[in-house]
Design a protein around this ligand. Structure first.
Ligand SMILES: [Zn+2]
Ligand SMILES: [Zn+2]
Length: 230
């Protein structure tokens, strides 16, 4: 299968032929349908976050389950799923006290450089990014790194839930704990900011003020920046 590999910061990703090994007990093989390019991916590409290289990045994705390991119970081949970069074990102290997003089990939440899921014909190890590596035609992930979705949900919308939507929605609903009738200002309206606007609306905000540079907002919200603002 093909994957986009980052060899060095500030160089273009290179499309390479690679393979993924077969799913182990609780792993799931997914055929990637859509992968977003998140600004966090760009931080790695620009060298602002260190990571063992070469690596296949990508973490905001959706696809179809192709194969499951012998102990997987959550999904079966054919299921549609979105990916989640905060994979959890469900049994460590953080998971059992309601904080699975900071799971500390490094057998499930593999630290950078530990995963041996991607294979190719070069001597150096090809690293997995975010326990997912969505910039590839297939993803091999732990079953606790995916969430099932309805089959009629479009993959391009669903993929956004994997990062931008939960980040922005969570900022409004959990972090800011917006209450009914409150006035909310969201500063910066890219993918995360737009999701924060939606989160504030769902939480019942009385007035929501979206603050951004007009050009930036139009480019990020409507794709190419060439058309009229809608
Ligand atoms: Zn992201
Ligand atoms: Zn855990």
């Amino acid at each position: 299968m093909k994957a986009a590999v980052l060899y060095e910061p500030n160089t273009p990703l290179v499309i390479e032929d690679i393979t993924v090994r077969k799913p182990q007990a609780r792993e799931v093989m997914i055929r990637t349908a859509v992968a977003g390019l998140c600004h966090s991916d760009l931080h790695f590409i620009e060298g602002l976050y260190p990571h063992p290289l070469p690596v296949v990045l990508g973490h905001e994705s959706a696809g179809i389950v192709e194969q499951v390991g012998s102990e997987v119970t959550y999904v079966q081949p054919g299921d549609h799923v979105i990916t989640c970069l905060s994979v959890f074990c469900g049994i460590c102290e953080n998971c059992t006290t309601g904080r699975p997003m900071i799971c500390s089990n490094t057998d499930v939440k593999l630290p950078p450089g530990k995963a041996r899921r991607l294979e190719w014909d070069k001597p150096e190890q090809l690293h997995t990014g975010f326990n997912l590596s969505s910039f590839a035609e297939q993803m091999l992930v732990h079953e606790n790194a995916i969430v099932k979705i309805r089959k009629d949900m479009p993959f391009d919308r669903a993929a956004l839930i994997g990062c931008a939507v939960i980040t922005g929605f969570g900022a409004a609903v959990n972090t800011a704990a917006v209450k009914m009738g409150e006035t909310v200002a969201v500063i910066g309206c890219g993918g995360v900011g737009m999701a924060a606007v939606n989160g504030a609306f769902v939480a019942g905000a009385g007035r929501i003020i979206a603050v951004d540079n007009e050009t930036t907002t139009r480019n990020q919200a409507w794709g190419d920046g060439s058309g009229e603002s809608q």
